[in-house]
Design a protein around this ligand. Structure first.
Ligand code: ADP
Length: 495
């Protein structure tokens, strides 16, 4: 009896231990199956016989697509997997062995493998393989290498650049200085590093740096900004500056880098051309004024207006006026570039001025009808002569670039505090690409339609500069073959 109770007791004990053991096995299985590190076993023939969920998730396969297949199917580099298997068969333990594995979506992951072999009685049972995904680290390293390469190249470019390249803090302390900066400004690197950038600014431009900074804060680009700088010997240089912000890794502006190009020679060349144009224009103006005066006298003296002589004189007068207007444009261009154009603002009625312009241009063409709409009773505050010149340029362009004739409309739209003046035609129109460049100096549209129409490409440049001086802006709306409308605002005289 006693024996039976002992057996029962040890049976109970055995069952309890068995339950505990099963529980342990359950916990351990759960641990490896759900561990966050990818794990797998490979048998002696190189076939995957087990893999946990983390391994499947990392490479994107289902159990059915992974387990039972040769491990070499999943390696991007066959030599590497053969080496791994040979080492493991030879009883080696692998520590952080680098390999590349193929994912289901075709991408490649860089991994580190730690592995050795479970053996029983010397027999190869399976490998125990721990895999660590290091793709993100490898990509980061690659990016760093590329960045270093770019930095090295940029460094080489800066060092060998013909332009001065310098950087400074937001307070204006110079922090870097290349060889060309030394050549252009005369200061050596040790002399200038740590010095205020104000040393390079002529006295009349001392506030320029803060204005440039505020433009950069507003997100504006500062490119090819023409100004003047001072050398070590006190010489004034014409330079073109391109300034870019230097940002920290959070995107905050922490300094500025400047590329300065010495454009003194180009400026001198421009000045010589300017002087030449001014001189020629002056020389042409005097005889032309005399010619015009004689024509006017002759017109007045002509009795019969039906006479051919009278008609011819009227045409000569119109052409001479056109020539005078071109010369006027040239003189203005030269003055503008010398910074010598000044406005003489006055209060004047717009309507009579527009009528004068129409009177002048109507003689130029019989094919066009010029209409004037809603400009009565508008008094503006502007430079009368210069606004006359703006209108003259716009209306004569409207005629020039509508070879088939049509209506040219000069219209006024009253808005609070200002009037919008429009000049529109039914001519050849302007493409969108040309509209962007129309107001540049010497820009002319190159197409067959306007071929044969003479001009120098300065009219619209002057128009835009005169309006800029009036704090206004010339704008255009146009469609090819459907005509153009040019318009601008003027300040209305306050009552
Ligand atoms: P120019 O007439 O002397 O060439 P402008 O500066 O006045 O110079 O004009 C620049 C260019 O703009 C012209 O060559 C012409 O191609 C184009 N353009 C100006 N006005 C008109 C217009 N009303 N219609 C079509 N094209 C125009």
């Amino acid at each position: 009896m006693e024996d039976i109770s002992k057996i029962e007791e040890s049976l109970a004990q055995y069952k309890k231990e068995n339950r505990e053991l099963k529980h342990k096995v359950y916990e351990l299985t759960d641990f490896v199956e759900n561990a966050s590190i990818p794990l797998h076993w490979v048998d002696g023939a190189g076939k995957i016989i087990w893999a946990n969920q983390a391994e499947l998730d990392t490479f994107g396969y289902t159990k059915e697509e992974y387990i039972g297949f040769p491990i070499s199917n999943f390696h991007a580099d066959q030599e590497v997997i053969q080496d791994i298997l040979t080492r493991l068969i030879n009883n080696e333990t692998l520590h952080n062995y680098q390999a590349k594995l193929k994912c289901r979506d075709g991408s490649i992951k860089h991994v580190l493998i730690n592995s050795n072999v479970l053996r029983k009685d010397g027999r190869f049972i399976h490998t125990r393989c721990f895999t660590r995904d290091i793709t993100a680290i490898m990509q980061e390293q690659q990016r760093n290498r590329e960045l270093m390469l770019v930095l090295e190249q940029q460094g080489a470019i800066i060092a060998s650049s013909n332009d001065a390249v310098l950087s400074k803090t937001l307070e204006g302390t110079i922090t870097s200085w290349n060889k060309s900066a030394e050549r252009i400004f005369g200061y050596t690197e040790p002399e200038i590093i740590g010095q205020p950038v104000q040393k390079l600014l002529p006295p009349d431009r001392r506030d320029e740096e803060s204005r440039i900074l505020s433009r950069l804060w507003n997100g504006d680009q500062v490119e090819h900004f023409e100004t003047r700088r001072l050398t070590k010997t006190g010489r004034i240089l014409d330079v073109s500056l391109t300034i870019s912000p230097i940002r920290d890794d959070k995107g905050n502006i922490v300094g500025l880098s400047t590329i300065a190009r010495d454009i003194s020679e180009k400026k001198q060349e421009e000045q010589r051309k300017n002087d030449f144009v001014t001189m020629v224009s002056h020389e042409l103006k005097t005889p032309l004024t005399a010619i015009m005066s004689y024509i006017q006298i002759l017109i007045k003296k002509t009795k019969n207006e039906d006479d051919f002589g009278f008609k011819a004189l009227t045409k000569i007068h119109a052409q001479a006026k056109k020539m005078a207007s071109m010369i006027h444009d040239f003189l203005n261009l030269a003055r503008l570039e010398d910074g010598k154009i000044q406005l003489n603002k006055e209060i004047f009625a717009l309507h009579p001025l527009v009528e004068e312009i129409i009177g002048d241009v109507q003689i130029l063409s019989t094919k066009h009808t010029v209409k004037l709409i809603d400009c009565e009773a508008i008094t503006v505050h502007a430079d009368r002569n210069k606004i006359g010149q703006v209108l003259m340029n716009l209306v004569s362009n409207a005629i020039k670039y509508s070879p088939a004739g049509g209506t040219i409309t000069i219209g006024c739209e009253k808005h609070p505090g200002k009037v919008k003046v429009l000049v529109s035609d039914e001519g050849i129109g302007i493409s969108v690409a040309d509209q962007k460049r129309l107001f540049e100096r010497f820009y002319r549209v190159s197409n067959n339609k306007s071929g044969g129409v003479t001009g120098f490409g300065i009219g619209l440049f002057l128009v835009s500069e005169i309006l800029r001086l009036h704090n206004s802006k010339i704008e255009v709306e146009s469609k090819e073959n459907a005509g153009s409308t040019f318009y601008f605002d003027l300040e209305i005289q306050k009552d």
